[in-house]
Ligand binder design. Structure first.
Ligand SMILES: *Cc1c(COP(=O)(O)O)cnc(C)c1O
Length: 376
């Protein structure tokens, strides 16, 4: 792995998280986090957590035993209300949510049709379920349709389409209205992983489904990205949630998250819903447009993404590492993304923007990129 420039190292961040961080002892502007609204270091979230921490740290047990705290129940209700769906169920991570749902709903006799660029947790959940797994070409609705036509509905069998809403390494959007229509026409179900859309897309911050006016049977909303905390929820029908409470193994057999984390997420959700959330989303959109215009002017190889994820595909892993290091030396932290996270030959800088950045900081990144890319 070392010889192929694929060895991974962790970098130590000191202090809080935000647009400005200290990485391995050097103060940097952070342009690779998923903290799209700049909430991860917000003192109001910390204050909410601190208040709940007065009563203790751990939840003590799984939710079905004694770990289901009032804070968890309130967050579930607020989420369902915000997303205008009947119920929500908290999981300790997006990984746990995706694995738990797919394993609970699908068995050998069922069919899963998944976008080939889906997040690793959807891929592993699908494999673990034992269902027949069809990889559809990225965002190609016709490919999803072919898979459904090749496997007609069978009484008692579930056919599930699963897709990321925003693809995490490319920033492009799934064709959600078309997939939702396709699922409806074929009596199939649609699951959308909105880890990168929740809080940040849609006029109200409800996510990718709101942004494009589509519906899904199963929605995964993560809190570790735009909401700036950690954990996730599955949102859907009464029956879905009740079923998961009986059968989702990553939920049933796992300690409930700390109540203080739910309190922080409730504070984040309140901000996302308030005018401030709309202001932060508008600010982020402005920064994305500014970055794209500046990058186009510099002739940088921009990707086809309108979201806060703006990858610069550089090719070989060694090249991505060298440019990342050159940026770091100029005080910009943009981690290099290499295989197996992305396909071979498409190593990249996964640049992300945040409402926590200033316009001048985006301009500074562009200048640093131009300089770093110019040197061999
Ligand atoms: C981050 C992410 C997850 C996993 O969520 P965690 O809460 O970090 O475990 C799942 N799906 C997608 C698309 C993600 O980007």
């Amino acid at each position: 792995m070392r010889a192929a420039d694929l060895y991974r190292l962790r970098r130590i961040v000191d202090g809080g998280h935000g647009a400005r961080i200290v990485v391995d002892g050097r103060a940097c502007l952070n342009f690779c986090a998923n903290d799209y609204l700049g909430l991860a270091g917000d003192p109001r979230l910390a204050a909410a957590a601190r208040g709940a921490l007065e009563q203790g740290t751990g939840s003590g047990a799984a939710a079905l035993v004694s770990g289901y705290n009032r804070e968890h129940a309130a967050l579930e209700e607020e989420l369902a209300d915000f997303l205008r769906r009947p119920r929500a169920l908290l999981f300790s991570s997006g990984w746990a949510a995706n694995l738990g749902v797919l394993r609970a709903l699908l068995g050998r006799e069922d069919l899963l049709i998944a976008d080939e660029l889906n997040h690793a947790s959807l891929i592993d959940g699908g494999r673990l379920s034992g269902a027949r797994y069809v990889r559809a070409a990225h965002a190609q609705v016709a490919d999803f349709a072919r898979a459904l036509e090749a496997a007609p509905a069978d009484a008692g069998c579930l056919r599930l389409i699963a897709t990321d809403s925003v693809f995490s390494m490319d920033g492009d959007l799934a064709p959600l209205p078309a997939l939702s229509g396709l699922a409806a026409r074929h009596g199939a179900a649609l699951m959308v992983d909105d880890a990168h859309g929740f809080g940040v897309l849609g006029a109200g911050g409800r996510g990718a489904l709101e942004a494009c006016g589509a519906e899904a049977d199963i929605l995964m909303t993560g809190f570790g990205k735009a909401l700036g905390t950690a954990g996730a929820a599955i949102v859907g029908s009464e029956t879905l949630i009740e079923y998961l409470i009986q059968r989702a193994r990553t939920w049933v057999f796992s300690t409930a998250p700390p109540p203080a984390l739910a309190a922080a997420t409730r504070a984040a959700l309140a901000l996302v819903r308030a005018d401030e959330g709309a202001e932060r989303r508008a600010r982020l959109r402005g920064l994305i447009a500014r970055f794209r215009a500046g990058a186009a002017q510099l002739g940088l190889p921009l990707s086809d993404s309108e979201t806060a994820i703006q990858p610069l595909v550089l090719g070989e892993a060694a090249r991505a590492l060298a440019v990342s290091r050159a940026l770091y030396e100029r005080g910009y932290w943009v981690a290099a993304i290499r295989p197996p996270t992305v396909p071979a030959g498409t190593s990249r800088l996964r640049i992300t923007l945040s409402a926590g950045h200033a316009e001048a900081e985006v301009d500074g990144l562009l200048a640093a990129l131009a300089a770093a890319l110019a040197s061999p």
